[in-house]
Design a protein around this ligand. Structure first.
Ligand code: HSE
Length: 365
């Protein structure tokens, strides 16, 4: 049995990965070793075939005994440890949630439902670095997989509505703290009118007491139209990733432009996206629907009516699920090659942990 080392398994993406692997009885297929940056020697999680003690995550000797390393520890850890491990001749498979290695020539961005064959071919060619994609990119590609497969897409503009989870666990909690503060202020003024409350909330949001150490700004009762760092193009880094990562995953011969505005909203763990899709040729709505709906087992077409949209196409309905719904699919008045759509998915499942789980199983098989 292959020896698999897990680093960062207690963080948010790591915990969801552990949960999924336990649910699907994956641990029976490997010998597991759990690494830690702070509690080496403490008891390890009690999963099947696991070594019973935690191992030191900064110890290259211990790490290099593994056939496969799965890191959900973050970019700083990858930047520090990965080059040293390879530098001293470790030839195992590195599976990573962080973006550090995504665009390197010797890394494959993994998204099983979309590029499983390419992953398999890459393994056969000796590729040993496999990296999960950006969450909005992965969810977009699962939703539009059919149209890309049929080579129908000329370009996509994606306006995102990204959940707090994408910014990390502390940020999720901060959003809830902000909401608590809003709730407390509301409760203190039971007789106030809507306009009086609005003034109190606006004052509250800009006060120094409002909890915003992590986001830097209020997210509750607000939206934040910038995610990640600034790029010279005027895009945010999150916006820049859409085109470069999607084209790398799809292995396109000529670049399919994908661009838009990425916005943080007060959802907890589902990223949503409003799409304008420019097709290469005109197509009937029913054809587009059929192509979209049948592309992979995870995409789920939601009929474009009010009742089903509001029941099924919301973060509240999709949180914790592996399905990637897409709806609001309709031709636009812009022209007969333009389609509107709205899609969303769980940022921690297909957006982060599930592609890592799939590639790990592929390496083991
Ligand atoms: N960068 C994403 C976000 C999460 O901030 O929502 C990770 O893919």
């Amino acid at each position: 049995m292959k020896r698999v080392g897990f680093i960062g398994w207690r963080g948010m993406v790591g915990s969801v990965l552990m949960e999924r692997m336990t649910e699907e009885n994956d641990f029976g297929q490997m010998e597991s070793f759990f690494f830690t940056t702070s509690q080496s020697g403490e008891p390890a999680p009690k999963v099947k075939n696991a070594f019973d003690k935690l191992l030191p995550a900064m110890d290259l000797k211990e790490l290099s005994k593994m056939d496969i390393l799965v890191s959900c520890q973050g970019g700083d850890y990858t930047s520090e440890i990965f080059p040293q491990l390879r530098g001293q001749g470790w030839t195992g498979v590195w599976i990573d949630a962080a973006s550090t290695l995504r665009m390197k020539d010797d890394s494959v961005i993994v998204l099983d439902p979309v590029n499983r064959t390419f992953i398999q071919d890459s393994m056969a060619r000796g590729v040993r670095n496999f990296v999960g994609g950006n969450c909005t990119v992965s969810l977009l590609l699962i939703a539009l997989h059919g149209l890309f497969k049929e080579n129908l897409v000329e370009w996509v503009s994606s306006m995102t509505y990204q959940a707090a989870s994408g910014a990390g666990a502390k940020n999720m909690i901060e959003l809830l703290d902000q909401m608590k503060s809003v709730g407390t202020t509301f409760a203190a003024h039971p007789a106030a009118s809507a306009l009086e409350l609005e003034k109190k909330m606006t004052t509250l949001m800009s006060s120094s007491e409002f909890p915003k150490a992590n986001f830097g700004h209020p997210l509750a009762l607000n939206v934040l139209p910038w995610i990640d760092s600034e790029m010279p193009s005027g895009q945010s880094k999150e916006e820049w990733k859409a085109q470069v990562e999607a084209n790398k995953i799809l292995q396109t011969k000529s670049i399919i432009p994908i661009d838009g505005t990425c916005v943080r909203v007060g959802a907890l763990r589902c990223h949503s996206q409003g799409l304008t899709i420019k097709l290469k040729k005109s197509a009937h709505l029913s054809t587009v629907e059929e192509i979209v709906a049948n592309a992979n087992p995870w995409v789920k077409l939601v009929a474009n009516n009010k009742a089903e949209t509001l029941k099924e196409l919301t973060p509240g309905a999709v949180s914790g699920k592996l399905s990637v719904p897409i709806g609001r699919l309709r031709p636009m008045t812009l022209g007969d090659t333009y389609f509107n759509a709205f899609t969303l998915g769980d940022q921690l499942l297909w957006g982060a942990a599930e592609p890592l789980r799939c590639v790990l199983l592929q390496v083991l098989s």
